[in-house]
Design a binder for this molecule. Structure first.
Ligand SMILES: [Zn+2]
Length: 319
């Protein structure tokens, strides 16, 4: 077995590419590049191929020392053919990543989605180590999840199982990016919190988050954290509301899947401990008493590297 693989986390705002030691899970070197979906899929492909080349150049590794290249992209994936079917946040549709990368480097390529690779990373070297039944939930631009049962990811009939962001929490609720109304993602994601805060500011509500905001720039998880620390009424209200919805979603998952553990990750969870603590406390209170007794919650442990680490092990999936 070759000792190293390359893992790539292809997200809406950045591409993270890493050389990973498959024995220890250690990220040896990494390259980070910003992505802009407005520039189109060709730009993303160019940056991704450049990142791989930079990694070879800086590490001095040869192509034949690398076991595989694994990519996780934020979207719906045809895993067998290595094709991104639809990734609205990357503006990529029907894109054969496997073919493009293989033609360039002649190394086996495996493609999955971004939550799947993060879950594999956490399972192997992070908060899920030693646990065979858990659900990973990542809160960021959207809300995504991956279900691990008997040590394996549940993909479902079309490979889209785990779409917790689109469970419906309000029948007549807000419109979601998917077209439906009342999806969890429209209430509990970082973007949902941003929209609530921006809407209130436009109506003239006061908030200390204005001290951190720059014109034309988005509200970040770190700004939300600083405002919560200062007990800002508006921001605390919006975060509390989001945790109310997320805990409802988690309680439904606990009742339905009955996992041993839920791992929560993503920028908002990492930055805003108040959000994490509130959410897990309420989730336990909202689910049925028997699963509530057993369920454990943990924060993801590998941070930014959970995705690239897991991507380096996509080859173990076998397709
Ligand atoms: Zn939706």
């Amino acid at each position: 077995m070759k000792k190293y693989s390359i893992g790539i986390d292809l997200g809406g705002t950045k591409i993270l590419t890493a050389l990973v030691n498959r024995e220890t899970g250690e990220v040896i070197e990494h390259v980070k590049k910003k992505t802009k979906k407005e520039k189109g899929p060709q730009n993303i492909i160019k940056k991704m191929l450049e990142s791989i080349e930079e990694l070879f150049a800086s590490s001095g590794k040869k192509f034949d020392e690398i076991s595989s290249i694994g990519v996780g992209a934020a979207g719906q994936i045809d895993r067998e053919n290595g094709v991104i079917i639809a990734a609205p946040n990357l503006d990529c549709y029907d894109l054969n990543l496997k073919k493009i990368i293989f033609e360039q480097f002649n190394i086996p390529v495996f493609v999955g989605n971004d939550v799947e690779i993060a879950a594999i990373g956490e399972q192997k070297f992070g908060a899920g180590k030693g646990c065979n039944d858990f659900v990973c939930v990542f809160v960021g631009t959207g809300v995504g999840s991956s279900i691990i049962k008997n040590g394996r990811i549940i993909y479902g009939a079309t490979g889209t199982a785990g779409e917790i962001g689109h469970i419906i929490v309000d029948l007549n609720g807000r419109q979601c990016a998917c077209g439906a109304h009342g999806c969890l993602e429209a209430y509990a994601s970082r973007s949902a919190i941003e929209k609530r805060i921006e809407g209130a500011l436009k109506k003239g509500r006061k908030s200390c988050i204005l001290d951190y905001l720059e014109p034309g720039k988005a509200i970040t998880s770190s700004m939300i954290h600083k405002s919560v620390e200062r007990e800002d009424e508006l921001v605390v209200q919006c975060v509390t509301e989001a945790s109310e919805y997320l805990s409802g979603g988690l309680a439904s998952i606990i009742n339905f899947v009955n996992p041993e553990l839920i791992i929560l990750g993503g920028g908002l969870i990492e930055a805003v401990d108040y959000f994490y603590q509130k959410t897990i406390k309420k989730a336990r209170a909202k689910c049925l008493p028997v699963p509530a007794e057993k369920i454990q919650f943990k924060k993801a442990q590998l941070g930014d590297f959970s995705g690239v680490t897991g991507a380096a092990f996509l080859e173990d999936r076998g397709f």
